[in-house]
Design a protein around this ligand. Structure first.
Ligand code: DUC
Ligand code: ZN
Ligand code: ZN
Ligand code: ZN
Length: 467
């Protein structure tokens, strides 16, 4: 739009710098930055001036792993593209990369077109897609090349859910070989699903049906084994590898070892693995169902390893795997059988705040917060510097963040379309105050001013950490 906007007096924090600077926005993009109080900054005028004194001015969050409306386990994730992207905006996230799904027997093209249609005209913020491949045959391999050219440059494969999303390691190897040729990035759900299915069957046969057994059968060793195997397959194929939702210390160790060898292996973790544990899964009654996701929550000891991995850059990205299911009617599908609880947690609205709390708790520096939540996911998935930073020419996706505000996370106040919040009662210092998406104010001092359909589809380039 034509509105000139000036954000004055805040601390601009990017992955690289922290500076007291004024930010000038024109035509939906960052036009210029100038040190606060200098003659240049003082000379700027604008139709809209946002006072950011005592606030942070940060890039809009990039959540590279969401599942709006995902069909799963006979139901579907409860946030639509409309409700989920609005909640994202409330939480200071201005870009999501969601997953289009190729089902078995379908073409990737059909899956992608289905997801384009779900999102089109409904999003409050900008969005892009990865493609889940469930059926790697000649047609799918050829489709990968075309998708990379079209801007869908990353492909999620599963080692879990045999018969649904996973068939065999030969398919995985072939997709990796293709990615090594066409520049695509393979994303892996690394859990040994065949072994897990045996343990699920044995647990149920022994009458162990409660939610906590979800965590017990999905053993950390089976995440580590699959992570190791995925890394070796990627080496053989000569392809890079991005391991999604790393939750086990033993799996992280495999990534760390691969990176120490100089291999192009990347790791993502999620707030639930940093802030929640198997203690939540073991909550009384059926409450534990609220915490069923895959990979599962781990015993608390794993958290320290994940925080360390984020500091040492063995893990590069924190995204949410936002995949909400209501407790009532959805999680309840597994009342008598934990394996029927739909897998997934909400979180798209809470990620930036939880990670800001991690800064205050000493786990991360402020710049690392922006790095893992904005800049690196943008680079990893070919969106930088349009997204993920505040610099001349970048999209004006900007959050005015009040680092002193106090809030308590709760389903009573969140905007996600789900009837519980896994972080219920968690006290956070820091809150999103105002959010701009391509220069448009979508959250104005904690009032939603955006609209469904403002969000645009983003074709992506290839991973910017590769040659
Ligand atoms: N893996 C995901 O990444 N999301 C939802 C369910 C799953 O297993
Ligand atoms: Zn103009
Ligand atoms: Zn997964
Ligand atoms: Zn996911």
């Amino acid at each position: 739009s034509g509105t000139r906007t000036l954000i004055r007096g805040g601390l601009v924090v990017t992955a690289a710098d922290e500076t007291h600077a004024d930010v000038l926005i024109e035509h939906g993009r960052i036009a210029a930055l100038a040190a606060h109080g200098t003659a240049v900054a003082e000379s700027w005028t604008a139709e809209r001036v946002i006072d950011a004194a005592n606030k942070y001015v940060i890039p809009g969050g990039v959540d590279a792993h969401t599942h709006m409306e995902l069909p799963f386990g006979g139901t579907a994730a409860s946030d639509t593209f409309e409700t989920g992207t609005r909640a994202a905006a409330w939480g200071g996230t201005t870009t999501i990369v969601d997953f289009a799904v190729q089902s078995v027997g379908q073409s990737p093209r059909h899956g992608l077109d289905t997801w384009y249609a779900k999102a089109d005209g409904n999003c409050a913020i900008d969005y892009a897609f990865h493609m889940i491949l469930s059926d790697v045959d000649e047609r799918s391999l050829a489709a990968m090349d075309r998708l990379v050219e079209e801007g869908v440059t990353s492909f999620k494969l599963f080692m879990a859910y045999p018969g649904v999303f996973y068939s065999d390691d030969g398919q995985i190897l072939r997709a990796m070989q293709r990615a090594s040729d066409n520049g695509g990035l393979i994303m892996m759900h690394a859990e040994n699903g065949i072994a897990i299915d045996v343990l699920v069957e044995q647990a149920l046969a022994a009458g162990r049906t409660d939610p906590r057994y979800h965590g017990e059968v999905r053993r950390a060793l089976l995440e580590a084994e699959a992570t190791h195997r995925a890394i070796q397959l990627a080496r053989v194929a000569g392809s890079p590898l991005y391991v999604v939702h790393v939750s086990a210390a033993e799996a992280l160790a495999e990534i760390t070892a691969a990176r120490a060898k100089g291999l192009p292996v990347f790791g993502e973790t999620c707030p639930q693995y940093l802030f929640l544990s198997t203690d939540n899964l073991a909550e009384p009654g059926f409450e534990g169902a609220k915490y069923v996701c895959s990979t599962p929550l781990r015993p608390g000891e794993h958290q320290a390893a994940l925080w360390r991995g984020l500091r040492t850059d063995d893990l590069q990205v924190v995204s949410t795997d936002h995949c909400p299911f209501c407790f009532s009617g959805q999680k309840e599908l597994g009342r008598n059988d934990f394996s029927k609880i739909p897998n997934g947690l909400p979180g798209v609205e809470n990620r930036m705040d939880l990670l800001h709390q991690a800064v205050l708790d000493g786990h991360l520096t402020r710049r690392r917060w922006i790095d893992i939540a904005c800049a690196t996911p943008a680079r990893m998935f070919g969106l930088y510097p349009k997204k993920g930073t505040i610099a001349p020419g970048a999209d004006a996706d900007v959050v005015i963040y009040d680092p002193h505000a106090e809030q308590t996370l709760s389903a009573a106040t969140h905007h996600m379309n789900v009837d519980y919040n896994p972080y219920e009662g968690t006290r956070i210092t820091g809150q999103v105050e105002t959010v701009l998406s391509r220069g448009e104010v979508v959250i104005d001092r904690r009032t939603y001013t955006g609209r469904a359909g403002h969000g645009q589809y983003l074709p992506r380039g290839t991973c910017q950490y590769l040659g």
